[in-house]
Design a protein around this ligand. Sequence first.
Ligand code: PRP
Length: 180
Amino acid sequence: MEAPTGRELISREEVAHRVEELGREISAAHAGEELLVVGVLRGGAVFTADLIRQLWVPVHLDFVAVSSYGKGASSSGEVRLVKDVDERVEGRNVLLVEDIVDTGLTLRYLRQEFAARHPKDLRVCALLNKPSRRLATVQVEYVGFDIPDEFVVGYGLDYAGRYRNLPCIFALSPEVYQQK
Ligand code: PRP
C-alpha cells in the first residue's frame, strides 16, 4: 500500500479499539431507540462505515457533503451543503460523523443546519479532534482522539486526494506538504 513520508500517529489496532469503544458508548446512550447516522463526505466515509458496525441499536445511514471556501487561518468560514440527506431529520436521533474537527467551522455550520430541522436529539462523533486549531466553539459529544496540530492522513483523510485508504492515521512530514 502507498505510504506517505511521515510517521504513524495512531495504529490500525488503536483505531479499531477506539471505534469499538465509541460504538459501545453511543449504543448505550441510545438504547431502545433508533439512530440516524449521517456521515460527512468524503473523509468521514471510512470512519462512518466502521462505526455503524459497532452499533447495536437500529441504524439508518445517510450522508452529506459540504464544501468550504478559503480554508485555513484566513477562512471566511463559509460552508455550503453540496449534498443533503435524503432522510427526514425531524423527530429523529441524529448522529453526525466526522473524520476530523479542525477549525470547527464545518461542524458549526452542520450543527446549525441540522438543529434547524428539529431532530429529537443531535450529537456529533469525530474520530480526530485538533483543539489547538479551533476558530469556532462547537460541541463534539464523542471524540476518538485529541491530536496535535499536524497534517494527518489515512482512514479517510487525504493529502491532495491521496492516502484515504491507509488503515491507520499517519502524520505527514512537513517537507511533503511544504514543497508545494
Ligand atoms: C475535512 C473534514 C471536515 C473538515 C474539518 O474535510 O472531513 O469535514 O475538513 O475542518 P474544519 O473543522 O476546519 O471545518 P475536507 O474539507 O478536507 O473534505 P473531505 O472530507 O472531502 O476530504
